[in-house]
Write a protein that binds this ligand. Structure first.
Ligand SMILES: Cc1ncc(COP(=O)(O)O)c(C=O)c1O
Length: 434
């Protein structure tokens, strides 16, 4: 070109300007300053969210409370540690569309699946089948199989997998059809598939399940904090989630669970003293009286230092508002998908996530035969994404701290890495945490 810039540079300049204009209009833009990310392009918040000032502050406070109060912290700290799981439940409830009593922060996704699947299995009379799908995160199946085995039920006969038509997604109508094909007592589905990012239709699955006297439970690990849920309105029976992804509660942060209030009073499969009715917990009666709330499914004393950061992180979530978070998330993933189509499809990249925003969670799956090597090259250049077998790069523009310009930069970096064969110098064999 006359001024010495190439056509490519001009296109790139225009692209970055457009992205910046969108950032200028972003009402959540200021929140990024509240987070610290170790890399320039942190696009892995669906695996582990970064630290925020408020999460760190609550953690520091908890340490100080331990120093100041010792054992008295159970009642004198604010919030009192004795009620910490319930207090977090109150803060989580608006994100889940549930009453405060129906939510509690406790355990982990996997332990919560154990106790809730076990609890609902114990409620079943004869139809002991559990319906899951073949694209689930493996821990869900491990836990369900273990619960079936412990009741003398053969997992191979009682665990039914809905098959995927395309290897990426699960059709709602196939879930519903499978309810009729087997003797199902519980349907347990993810809200969002961990690999492709497909968002499930929780309302329809629950309604169809209930019409057949089937309990409906969900693993919300990939949606809590980025998708607005209506669990009570949709009459979901139970749900579980973790807090280290979009909720930014920290590595291994305390998980959470929801139990519909009509199931209060049921004895949890993995009962423990922390789920006892609070008022009489310290009577130390050998007979278990469940709390009249989701708190009954707590097992052990609250892990304060993996709970306190969540309290701080939730403050930011409430300041931003879940509807605004979801809106920005949809805008960011739509933008990313358009960039894959326009900039990266020429290099063999394909979108593996549903294009309909109503069927999409907070991340985008980019498929490429060399996904692993590209993901490693991206990480080494400051763009943290992750790889999932066999050919998926998961990219998560988490709305509280990622902007449109970063999504644009990611697309350009990916194009460069493929065009210049940079990824070819990486080992093709995935190992360790990917
Ligand atoms: C859908 C889903 N369920 C469960 C888990 C693991 O749960 P946890 O380690 O919290 O038990 C994950 C982890 O990424 C997940 O993505």
């Amino acid at each position: 070109m006359d001024d010495g810039t190439s056509a490519d540079e001009t296109v790139r300049d225009r692209g970055v300007e457009q992205a910046r204009r969108r950032d200028d209009k972003d009402q959540l833009r200021e929140f990024a300053a509240r987070f610290e990310t170790p890399d320039d392009l942190y696009l892995d918040g669906n695996s582990l969210g970064p630290i925020s000032d408020s999460a760190e502050q609550r953690l520091d406070e908890a340490v100080e409370q331990w120093r100041e109060f010792g054992i008295k912290g159970w009642s004198s700290a604010e919030p009192p540690w004795f009620w910490y799981g319930e207090r977090l439940g109150e803060q989580l409830a608006p994100l889940l569309g549930a009453s405060p009593e129906e939510c509690v922060a406790t355990g982990t996704t996997t332990t919560n699946i154990h106790t809730l699947i076990g609890t609902f299995l114990d409620k079943l009379d004869d139809r002991t089948g559990i319906l899951v799908n073949e694209l689930d995160f493996p821990t869900d199946h491990y836990a369900i199989r273990a619960q079936l085995r412990q009741r003398g039920l053969d997992p191979d006969e009682n665990l039914h997998l809905v098959e995927s038509r395309d290897g990426r997604t699960i059709e709602t109508e196939d879930v519903v059809a499978a309810m009729d094909e087997h003797e199902v007592g519980i349907v347990f589905m993810p809200s969002v598939l961990y690999r492709s990012g497909q968002l499930f239709d929780i309302e329809t699955i629950t309604r169809e399940a209930h019409e057949r006297d089937i309990y409906a439970g969900f693993d919300l690990a990939h949606s809590v904090g980025v998708v607005s849920h209506q669990l009570a309105t949709h009459d979901v029976d139970f749900a579980v989630w973790c807090s280290y992804k979009y909720l930014n509660g920290g590595p291994g942060a305390v998980g959470g669970l929801y139990v519909n209030e009509r199931h209060f009073g049921t004895t949890p499969a993995l009962a423990g003293w922390w789920g006892h009715e609070k008022e009489t917990q310290f009577d130390m009666d050998l007979e278990f009286t469940p709390a009249e709330s989701a708190g009954a499914w707590q097992i052990s004393a609250v892990p304060l230092f993996s709970s306190a950061p969540l309290l701080g992180a939730l403050e930011l979530h409430h300041e931003a508002g879940i509807d605004a978070i979801r809106e920005k998330s949809v805008d960011l993933t739509s933008y990313l998908i358009s960039l894959v189509d326009e900039e990266l499809s020429a290099y063999g990249c394909e979108v593996g996530t549903p294009r309909d925003p109503d069927r999409r969670g907070g991340h985008v799956a980019i498929e490429h035969p060399d996904a692993y090597r590209i993901s490693q090259a991206l990480r080494d250049r400051g763009a943290v994404v992750d790889f999932r077998q066999p050919d998926v790069i998961r990219v998560c523009p988490s709305p509280l701290y990622v902007g449109f310009e970063e999504v644009w930069e990611f697309s350009q970096l990916t194009a460069d890495i493929i065009e210049d064969d940079i990824y070819q110098s990486y080992d093709a064999d995935p190992s360790g945490v990917t």
